[in-house]
Design a protein around this ligand. Structure first.
Ligand SMILES: Cc1cc2nc3c(=O)[nH]c(=O)nc-3n(C[C@H](O)[C@H](O)[C@H](O)COP(=O)(O)OP(=O)(O)OC[C@H]3O[C@@H](n4cnc5c(N)ncnc54)[C@H](O)[C@@H]3O)c2cc1C
Length: 376
């Protein structure tokens, strides 16, 4: 199956082969459109392969965004087995290290978003997750899943090309769009519609339109660590610091007391935007992070002191003596007060950016919205 048009005109050309662009290509092929993806790099190397691969539902901003995450989780569930993508972990365990955090989790569990989640007492937490440090209890959410992004995104692109008939133009930069013409670094292409998914490139295509998003760049530090002793982490783990970052919790009134206490006890973590997500890969290593620095440009230099804060939080949540650091990297995404930005700068052209740092969790649903706009 190949969706290349005989006269060279695609029904849809997608700019960018990050998870948002790939999700848009998938949604369009599901509707039978002839689709091409144009990516300036040789493969996806942006935020989509630098993240945790953590498809997070619980904790997303209440309302539309939480629904996007629920829908995207559903699509991941359909696509992963078809595309040969391994789901490595299911669910989420949020450890409440302090009573104030437990109060946030209890309040969360009472909301619509807490349905199907389980509150665990201190004793239940210790029994189910014996490797965790002491806490006041925990929340277990069944909604999440976790993939190895760097493999999953590459595999998704391969599957879209080989089985779904999407045409890929790698190493090709889109320089201008005036439908049906799309000018690229490798010549002119033709399409009746175009969805631009540029990630954190805010300045190449439609910069004046994208400026309406009022986005800054957010750079994060990440590490891969190997525990000295074998550890089986059945679900990704988060902790108190996450409860004042993730809006689904942070917007609850109970989060104020937690924030005040963290300000007293972990001010430097808050200042560096450090919180903890720990996920596990097939080889037993853990991917842990992260920190958040906001600026007008990417921050190229990773700070050792920031990594130390991340590791300190990991050791509090999950004491792991003899930990070995095997990899460090940074990643950048566009960040704004609104969690997504979408605009139609010209008939048939749509620009879409996830501006909340949650694209792995929401891209499939967001892409359906972008496609509906492009077809409108
Ligand atoms: C360290 C880190 C951790 C994260 N953790 C999580 C997480 O656990 N869960 C979660 O849900 N989200 C997470 N995120 C956020 C998530 O990774 C992003 O929201 C998502 O990857 C954005 O996808 P994207 O396709 O928009 O961007 P990208 O992956 O950056 O892809 C955009 C692509 O567009 C291409 N492009 C841009 N302009 C052009 C052009 N003119 N021509 C051709 N190609 C072009 C770029 O080369 C790039 O490949 C994290 C992000 C980071 C950085």
């Amino acid at each position: 199956m190949n969706s290349a048009a005989q006269d060279g005109t695609y029904d849809l050309l997608v700019v960018g082969a990050g998870i948002v662009g790939l999700a848009a290509a998938y949604a369009a092929r599901c509707q039978g459109l002839r689709v091409a993806v144009v990516e300036r790099q040789a493969r996806s190397v942006g935020a989509s392969v630098r993240n945790f691969g953590f498809v997070t539902v619980t904790g997303q901003r209440a309302g539309d965004h939480w629904r996007r995450a629920m829908r995207s989780r559903e699509v991941w569930g359909e696509v992963a087995p078809r595309a040969g993508i391994q789901v490595l972990q299911h669910g989420l365990c949020v450890l409440a290290q302090r009573p104030e955090a437990m109060a946030v989790l209890e309040a969360f569990a009472a909301t619509e978003m807490g349905q199907a989640c389980e509150l665990l007492t201190q004793a239940q937490t210790a029994q189910r997750y014996p490797f965790l440090g002491q806490g006041a209890g925990a929340l277990y959410s069944p909604h999440e899943c976790r993939v190895e992004s760097r493999e999953a995104v590459a595999q998704l692109a391969r599957w879209l090309q080989q089985e779904m008939g999407v045409v890929f133009h790698w190493n090709t930069s889109v320089q201008g769009i005036a439908l049906p013409h799309i000018d690229t670094s490798r010549g002119r292409m033709r399409a009746t519609r175009c969805i631009v998914c540029p990630g954190h490139d805010l300045n190449s295509l439609y910069p004046a339109v994208i400026a309406q998003a009022r986005a800054r760049l957010c750079t994060l530090q990440m590490l891969r660590v190997r525990p000295a002793r074998a550890l089986d982490l059945p679900a990704p783990v988060m902790s108190d610091l996450s409860l004042v970052r993730y809006e689904g919790y942070a917007a609850l009134p109970q989060a104020q007391a937690l924030r005040a206490r963290l300000q007293q006890e972990q001010a430097e973590h808050l200042r560096q935007g450090v919180h903890l997500i720990a996920v596990q890969s097939a080889d037993g290593t853990l991917v842990v992070g992260d920190s958040h620095v906001y600026d007008g440009a990417e921050t190229p230099f990773a700070q050792e002191a920031t990594d130390a804060l991340i590791l300190q939080e990991l050791q509090r949540v999950m004491p792991l003596p003899g930990l070995q650091i095997v990899e460090r990297w940074t990643g950048t995404y566009a960040s704004a007060d609104e969690v997504v930005f979408k605009a139609a700068p010209a008939p048939g052209v749509v620009v879409g950016i996830v501006t909340g740092g949650t694209g792995a969790s929401t891209a499939f649903a967001f892409a359906e919205e972008l496609l509906a706009m492009a077809l409108d």
